[in-house]
Design a protein around this ligand. Structure first.
Ligand code: GUN
Length: 290
């Protein structure tokens, strides 16, 4: 490959390698009489959530583990929702569980991480798992949130160093931006956590070695946010629709790809990494149950 050619950080080759490892771990557990089992709680008919949960189930079943999607009606009463979740998480044959977000409006105030015991919380949303990140990952057996974990995994795979780097994250969500800022800090990066109210955003993106886009705004990051060095790496967490209804990220991929050293595509970049992390967390949880 030409030395100056941009690396397109596809998740596929990494996932192919990781799947072999996960299948082996799954077989080893089965020999001990444990079938790694995930339950997914899905409330309502949000089409994107239906698609994401089906993709997660397919990936997990391909490893030889079990995954059931429990579909609940969108008009479910809060007490009934809480009862369902309590029943599912108390089942000793379930090693991992999560509630697909977003929840319908009348349930959206519920902090789902707190409904799931920390050692089954494969999303990493429970206080115990959040505190683990906060305290520098000292919690034995703690689970790391999936998208942040997937970002570190893909950076390692493509040789994008994190330690001692300046990393600008754009987006402060509870699922990605905030936990990611802690995880990268634990890996000795210097992190700028930017958001919709950040003044002079371009100053933050231009000085970064790595820019991580997680704001949910189609093709937001254009060439004028970049330095002239062509040495920056871009991680795109966005899953948006462009004007033609096609899936696109938070970066204007074709506008910037020749002006950076490496970039994750959408689709085929961080989306599958989130699913890989979920499967890794399930196996970690099942192994811990031994
Ligand atoms: N909806 C979008 N991303 C996620 C995620 O990582 N976990 C859950 N539970 N719901 C989501």
């Amino acid at each position: 490959m030409n030395k100056n050619e941009t690396i397109i950080m596809k998740s596929k080759p990494l996932i192919k390698e990781s799947v072999e490892n996960l299948k082996n771990r799954c077989s080893a557990l089965k020999q001990e009489g444990i079938i790694p089992t995930m339950k997914v709680i899905l409330v309502g008919d949000n089409p994107a959530s239906l698609l994401y949960t089906r993709n997660k189930k397919k990936f997990i079943e391909n490893l030889g583990a079990e995954c059931e999607i429990i579909k609940l009606p969108s008009d479910l009463k809060e007490d009934d929702f809480l009862d369902h979740v309590a029943d599912i998480v108390s089942d000793p044959s379930v090693h991992g569980c999560f509630v697909q977000l977003p929840l319908p409006k009348h349930l959206a105030h519920i902090n789902v991480g707190e409904l799931i015991p920390p050692y089954k919380d494969v999303d990493g949303f429970n206080k115990f798992n959040v505190m683990n990140l906060y305290q520098g990952e000292k919690g034995e057996g703690a689970l790391i949130p999936c998208t942040p974990k997937g970002i570190v995994t893909i950076c390692n795979y493509y040789g994008i160093e994190i330690e001692n780097k300046n990393i600008t994250i754009v987006g402060r969500s509870l699922i990605v931006g905030k936990p990611l800022s802690l995880l990268l800090t634990n890996h000795n990066a210097t992190v700028s956590l930017c958001h919709s109210k950040t003044q002079n955003l371009k100053d933050h993106t231009k000085q970064a070695d790595i820019i991580i886009m997680a704001i949910g705004s189609a093709k937001f990051l254009t060439r004028d946010y970049l330095s002239d060095s062509k040495s920056q790496a871009i991680i795109d967490v966005g899953m948006n629709q462009d004007a033609e209804g096609k899936l696109c990220g938070d970066t204007d991929f074709h506008n910037i790809k020749d002006h950076v050293s490496a970039i994750t595509p959408v689709p085929g970049g961080i989306g599958p990494m989130t699913i890989l992390s979920l499967a890794q967390n399930l196996l970690q949880a099942a192994e811990k149950s031994l």
